[in-house]
Unconditional design. Structure first.
Length: 275
């Protein structure tokens, strides 16, 4: 009837029906206000999750960058150790200290970066401190790592070119070794692995005759006469010979001075070349 009142709920039902029809025509599905709010909340939470994930990913990327610094320092360490020549360990101390310092600092920076990347997991390197090492200090320390590694490389290269290098036993030939009598000579041929200006030798002399034989010897480079300081040498003395310049093969003349009835054998206890 024209005068009949429509209940208020009927408008809501009709509106919902029209909305459902419209959604059905467009291939959609009618949803209630509660579902819409839930979808909005899910979208917001998802957006925030993506945001924090991207921040965390950037932090992890930054941490892996500091790990790259550690790997670079480690690579330089391997190269420096590979370059190390055979020689007294004392000449490598500077390079070792530089490398050790660079490696310790680079590892510290990498661990600090990793802990900053893991702050959301409540991982801390410094108790009571959430920021880790300040940015300025990290840049300064990373520069220090690279400088120390470069200095270690240069130091080892210097030792390789100018440092003391041991001469192995198979790089020395003595002909004849003995037995040698008074005023007899033998020739030492030294083929060092590196060319240096100076040759250091420690000779051994053993008697093959019964009883003790007081024996001295003189050394000369090539066909030159022996220098005064290279005369009347004894077994166990450190002899320093000036080669004037490096050479791949060094020939030395050794002359024995002993008693007339003595015979001795010659050997080399230690040999090295250096600049």
């Amino acid at each position: 009837m024209s005068g009949e009142k429509v209940p208020p709920d009927a408008d809501i039902v009709a509106s919902a029906s029209r909305t459902g029809s419209a959604e059905a025509q467009t291939g959609g599905t009618a949803v209630s206000g509660t579902v819409i709010n839930s979808a909005f909340s899910s979208q917001t939470i998802g957006h925030q999750s993506n945001h924090w994930y991207s921040v965390f990913a950037r932090q992890e990327k930054r941490a892996s960058g500091w790990g790259g610094l550690t790997a670079l320092v480690l690579l330089v360490t391997v190269v420096v150790l590979y370059m190390r020549p055979e020689g007294p360990e004392s000449q490598f101390v500077i390079s070792y200290v530089l490398l050790a310092t660079a490696n310790v600092v680079s590892v510290l920076l990498a661990v600090d970066a990793w802990t900053r990347a893991g702050e959301s997991r409540s991982v801390r390197l410094w108790p009571g401190r959430t920021g880790g090492i300040p940015v300025g200090a990290r840049l300064l320390l990373s520069s220090l790592c690279l400088i120390l590694a470069a200095l270690a490389l240069l130091q080892m290269d210097h030792v390789r070119k100018y440092g003391r290098v041991d001469v192995a036993a198979d790089e020395i030939d003595i002909s004849p070794r003995g037995p040698l009598e008074n005023l007899e000579q033998t020739v030492l041929t030294v083929r060092p692995a590196a060319e240096r200006r100076y040759l250091g030798l420690v000779m051994t002399i053993s008697s093959s005759s019964p009883g003790a034989c007081l024996t001295t010897f003189s050394l000369a480079v090539g066909e030159q006469p022996p220098e005064k300081e290279h005369e009347k040498l004894k077994g166990g003395d450190l002899v320093k010979l000036d080669l004037e310049k490096g050479r791949p093969e060094i020939k030395l003349r050794l002359t024995v001075a002993t008693a007339a009835d003595c015979e001795v054998n010659i050997g080399v206890a230690q040999a090295s070349v250096y600049s």
